[in-house]
Ligand binder design. Sequence first.
Ligand SMILES: [Zn+2]
Length: 392
Amino acid sequence: MSRWSSGSQSGLREANTAKIVDAVKRFGGLTQVELAEATSLSTATVSAIVKELSLSGLVETHPTSRSGRRAQLVTIARRAGVVAAVQIGSRSMRVRLADVGQEVLAERAMPLPADHPDDTVLDRITLLVIDMLAMIAADAEELLGVCIAVPAPVDPDSGLIAYHGVMRRWEAQPIAAVVEQRLGCPVLVEKDANLAALAEATLGTARDVADSLFVQASYTTSAGVVLGSQMYRGRSGTAGEIGHVQVDPAGSVCPCGQRGCLETVVGAEAITAPLRATYGQITFRDVIARAAAGDPGCARVVADAAATLGRVVAGVHQSLAPEVITVGGELIDAGPIFLLPFATALRDHAPQRRTPRRDPVPSSFGKDAVLVGATIHILQSTDPSQLLEDRS
Ligand SMILES: [Zn+2]
């Protein structure tokens, strides 16, 4: 066999292996027949690759039954317990199970209605986590903790949403206590941008510096601050709440009760509203995709939003002087259309220094930044060996 053909065959084998590992992570656990269906590979190929993966310790097989027949459930091998990271967004929810080595074991996403009610969502989280544990053949006792990310600041003392109006139906809900009671393990609740900031500070763009800022340019607008390598929440957990900095004293009224907050100018509603007359019912994601593809109208609103955001972040930069500014959230998918005016505004609205400032950088983790941070946060606050001992 020539070197060329053996090279391409091992490339194919690697690609098939990656397909299988992805499918197992996506579904949490599948039988070999289900894996063959999910990956469009033959059962013989699946069987050979699963054997190889289980010998190398990457996957495990557990006896199970499907339609009355015995089968082997294939899951990602896990080390000493499982944690769940939950991201509640404006329109969707994601749940990820990971082991103590941060290896992703399973992941699910589900849409949420606009202005979702807290009790229904908390029920769904509980059921989904239980269902996903079953999918990876894990016992409830293996769940070491849960971290729930919300798109609003959380008061660390009360555990409640810190601002009135920004997550209307959640204000009286002690989220951590409710989920803790249902799942029987420690639960943390944290602002999404803080967790993304933690992810970048631990493993991403800001891993080599002590002070950094993560700017979340998504359906809502926020920032997470890391000072001295620690998440900095400030009084009542509202540090980094740039979305509620006033940028237009005559602007529209924000859900927080102020007039002309940054979020009323750069949030999803502000970005889509001016385009409706021309584009009809266009979504936030549509605008971003069209802006990235060069549509001039969509590019205009994204660039204007980026410039306004950059001006506000310049103010934060002046007061905190972080070494690294990372930007994440859906808007960075617009690419340079967003990033260039953002960086320019940041540069233009702060005095020139003798040492050049670093330009803002896009998130290392993209749409996964919050879940990566939530996983790190719950792992940092639980001692898996201790918890397992307590339960045995
Ligand atoms: Zn506001």
